[in-house]
Write a protein of this length. Structure first.
Length: 317
């Protein structure tokens, strides 16, 4: 059983074998109603939303089905994996999308980053890129789920420290972001600009720690520092050479690390997107770089909508 308590957004995934345990079922229900039941006497302000998905093994003879229908937040599903994938890519991936760039922008909490208009627009575009890798699942509206995740990030009653979310970036980027990028790049015409920006932000986050002599809260910290050091092709240090220095850095050195990126680190589209984003972050700052990306992506989406509308008009004439 996997339980995640992200403040206002609670999620439980119960597998087929685990679902056969009455104790686990009881724990699921207890976890759900604790602090969020409408008639609970112990109100916890942070917990305004929960979703529980349990493998439905109650069609099997001999299994007694608890009255889950009395709890609206509980869903019995034939396969929990698609629901878990949605949660990981929107919620966990969304956390990473805000955290590394948020730290570079000076934000201390996820809520501070999510409140910022540019960051919020970026997150919505990030969700759009993620959505093309996710199948529709019964009982879950993905657009509504995106809004629920955003509301969770905006919850000012949760002190979600940015540096805590940045911790163990190696496992988070490779686990929550890179699988999505791999799938997006396999889809013709799908955008991965925001996803690549998250990777560039992570690299810039590591660079910042390296340059300031601050250790990384990451089991791969020394190896990551070595990769960052290897990216620099030049030795210019003058403050007025920021743009030149940014262009000198070869992010490909970092991306070619097989244990982090596998074969996708050799993908020309991915490498060029991360290189461009990293260069802009280094030269202009993360907020300006993000504003430019959001503006350009909005224009792309507008053009795509116009093309779709023209195609529809052509088909009706």
């Amino acid at each position: 059983m996997k339980c995640t308590d992200n403040g206002s957004l609670k999620t439980i995934f119960v597998s087929e074998n685990e679902g056969k345990s009455c104790l686990l079922i009881f724990l699921c229900c207890a976890f759900l109603v604790s602090g969020i039941s409408s008639d609970s006497t112990a109100v916890v302000f942070d917990n305004s939303f929960a979703c529980i998905y349990i493998y439905n093994m109650y069609t099997t003879t001999g299994n007694i089905k608890p009255k889950f229908e009395t709890l609206q937040q509980v869903s019995l599903v034939s396969d929990i994996k698609p629901y878990e994938k949605i949660k990981i890519r929107y919620l966990n991936g969304g956390h990473s999308a805000l955290a590394y760039a948020g730290h570079l922008a000076g934000f201390k909490t996820i809520e501070e980053a999510a409140v910022d208009e540019t960051f919020q627009q970026f997150l919505r575009l990030f969700f759009q890129e993620v959505s093309v890798t996710l199948d529709a699942v019964e009982g879950l509206d993905q657009l509504e789920y995106q809004e629920q995740v955003l509301e969770r990030f905006l919850n000012n009653k949760i002190t979600d420290d940015v540096l805590r979310i940045c911790k163990d970036g190696t496992s988070k980027i490779t686990g929550f972001v890179m699988p999505t990028i791999v799938e997006v790049l396999e889809k013709e015409g799908a955008s991965s600009q925001c996803l690549s920006f998250v990777v560039a932000s992570w690299i810039a986050f590591i660079e910042k720690h390296f340059n300031e002599g601050i250790s990384l809260d990451d089991g791969e910290g020394p190896a990551l520092f070595a990769l960052v050091e290897g990216m620099s092709a030049g030795t210019k240090t003058e403050q007025d050479q920021d743009q030149d220095r940014a262009e000198e850095v070869d992010v490909g050195v970092f991306l070619r690390e097989q244990c982090l990126f596998g074969e996708i680190g050799q993908n020309a589209v991915f490498v060029s997107q991360v290189q461009a984003a990293h260069c802009r972050i280094a030269a202009e700052g993360v907020l300006s770089a993000m504003q430019a990306l959001v503006g350009s992506q909005k224009l792309v989406i507008k053009a795509q909508l116009n093309n779709d509308n023209c195609a529809k008009e052509d088909n009706t004439t």
